[in-house]
Design a protein around this ligand. Structure first.
Ligand SMILES: *[C@@H]1O[C@H](CO)[C@@H](O)[C@H](O)[C@H]1NC(C)=O
Ligand SMILES: *[C@@H]1O[C@H](CO)[C@@H](O)[C@H](O)[C@H]1NC(C)=O
Ligand SMILES: *[C@@H]1O[C@H](CO)[C@@H](O)[C@H](O)[C@H]1NC(C)=O
Ligand SMILES: *[C@@H]1O[C@H](CO)[C@@H](O)[C@H](O)[C@H]1NC(C)=O
Ligand SMILES: *[C@@H]1O[C@H](CO)[C@@H](O)[C@H](O)[C@H]1NC(C)=O
Length: 447
């Protein structure tokens, strides 16, 4: 191409030179002939140029597709499927390089080997596959009073020595409790040993036995379990103990009390057991007159208790305050020209909040808003030192509202106080200050 361009340019130059210097120009025919030749040359060049372009495109396409193939091969970097150990589980499904799977065992089994394996660059898993070994629950010799332990998956059972019963043979079996109610004759030496007039202790009951084709089948009332070598005694199941760390969750939110044949939940002082019997609900001492707050005090119900509070207006030099409601003090009008007085807060409001321990944070605890704002600017701020700032912060939620935020959970029992100041300004001149004192009673328990 560059060749033909050079030719055309040379020709034109020549011609212009000729004309400039008034020398003989080649004849018209000659020029036309030359131009035709150049045209031919040009189209030949164009053809070969487009051909080589096409070839180049083809090459590029080929390169691209082979590169793509290589990248798909490169991304297919997965390790072979990894199985969970027998009696165990696998957490994590990715088999890609760099990914990790965790291996754990079912309850009653313990992991022997690596807890996690990583898919390595070599497309193999790091380490060795762990195994799950049955935990020998008998290892700690849980059966007391000469009982023999039998290991089972995830549990053990005790075969108790005579005179002992319970899951760990912990309770003595008073033989005189044993009486038989024979639906069809099932006499035993134990029955013969029954003491006349002896009452059945509530935690030990006779079993009910039936003989079917020469075999004795004994059953217990609900809440009791067969104990004793000859199946003639039923002992109370300690549900509290049994479900202490059970998978079904704790039986009771607070405390569990085992009873004969059952259990019940109990709550701390200041709480009642809820209707479902499991959890605890606060007793409102203020509503039920279970409080001893005096007439000039206000009763504040808290979780698990109550508080008697009394608002006394603050004593500040140069200003006097008057109580305008049980929870509010307002400044008396200032004498004219008393600058010190007009700088003092216009009002103090008191608020009491009852919250449960370990309340999640951040959360809005309280909002302060201007009812009829004057001036051009409202400013909200948190008063108090570092102690207060550890738990609270003040933010603006809209033009007229500031909010007190709890920034970190608080463990009760505790009482926290925070003061929020709202100030009104006009041209940076303070028009008024309003203080809101918030007292938070944090309970001991999380319910
Ligand atoms: C990627 O690996 C998986 C499993 O090893 C295999 O089934 C698949 O065919 C591979 N794909 C390619 C494009 O090689
Ligand atoms: C209990 O068993 C004895 C001895 O087999 C039998 O005589 C008695 O009738 C049975 N009592 C009842 C209430 O079934
Ligand atoms: C209310 O009773 C509690 C104990 O029941 C006592 O500690 C407290 O001082 C009493 N408060 C008043 C105001 O009498
Ligand atoms: C403010 O009160 C103090 C002491 O009570 C007094 O000395 C001072 O003069 C007062 N200031 C004004 C501006 O009234
Ligand atoms: C507080 O609550 C968090 C989340 O609900 C919980 O994880 C934590 O154990 C609790 N702390 C206490 C002391 O109860």
């Amino acid at each position: 191409m560059s060749v033909s361009t050079a030719v055309v340019i040379t020709l034109l130059c020549l011609c212009s030179l000729y004309s400039t210097f008034g020398q003989d120009c080649p004849s018209r025919k000659e020029i036309q002939g030359t131009l035709k030749q150049v045209q031919k040359l040009l189209s030949a060049h164009e053809a070969s140029y487009t051909q080589s372009l096409r070839n180049l495109k083809k090459k590029i396409n080929l390169l691209q597709s082979s590169a793509a193939k290589q990248t798909t091969r490169a991304t297919n970097t997965t390790c072979p499927k990894l199985d969970a150990p027998v009696n165990g589980r696998k957490l994590g499904r990715s088999q890609n390089v760099g990914h990790e799977v965790h291996l754990l065992c079912d309850p009653g089994y313990e992991l022997v080997g690596a807890e996690s394996r990583v898919c390595q660059e070599s497309l193999t898993w790091s380490g060795q596959q762990p195994t799950c070994r049955d935990i020998n629950e008998c290892a700690s010799s849980p059966c007391m009073n000469g009982g023999t332990c039998a290991d089972e998956v995830n549990q053990f059972s005790c075969v108790c020595a005579k005179g002992w019963a319970g899951a760990t043979c912990q309770s003595p079996v008073p033989t005189f409790f044993v009486t038989m109610t024979n639906t069809s004759a099932a006499t035993s030496p134990a029955a013969a040993a029954t003491l006349p007039g002896a009452t059945n202790g509530p935690f030990v009951r006779p079993s009910r036995c039936t003989i079917v084709q020469g075999t004795t089948h004994c059953t217990c009332e609900p809440g009791y379990t067969i104990s004793g070598r000859d199946s003639n005694t039923c002992t109370d199941i300690d549900e509290c103990e049994l479900f202490h760390n059970g998978q079904a969750g704790r039986l009771c939110l607070h405390a569990c009390v085992n009873t004969a044949g059952g259990y019940r939940c109990s709550c701390p002082v200041g709480y009642d057991v809820t209707r479902d019997g499991r959890s605890c609900k606060d007793i409102d001492e203020c509503a039920t007159r279970q409080n001893n707050c005096t007439k000039d005090q206000t009763c504040i119900n808290t979780y698990g208790g109550y508080q008697c509070v009394r608002v006394d207006c603050p004593k500040i030099p140069n200003a006097t305050y008057v109580k305008t409601s049980p929870m509010r003090c307002e400044r008396n009008p200032c004498p004219v020209d008393n600058k010190a007085c007009s700088q003092t807060p216009n009002s103090f409001s008191y608020h009491y909040l009852s919250v449960v321990s370990n309340l999640s944070a951040p959360r809005v605890m309280f909002r302060v808003s201007a009812l009829r704002p004057m001036g051009d600017t409202l400013r909200f701020s948190l008063l108090g030192g570092r102690q207060v700032r550890r738990h609270f912060t003040v933010q603006r939620s809209d033009r007229l509202t500031g909010q007190l935020m709890l920034v970190s959970p608080v463990q009760g029992p505790a009482t926290l106080e925070a003061e929020v100041e709202m100030s009104e300004l006009e041209d940076r001149m303070q028009l008024g200050r309003y203080i809101t004192k918030v007292t938070m009673f944090v309970s001991q328990y999380e319910f």
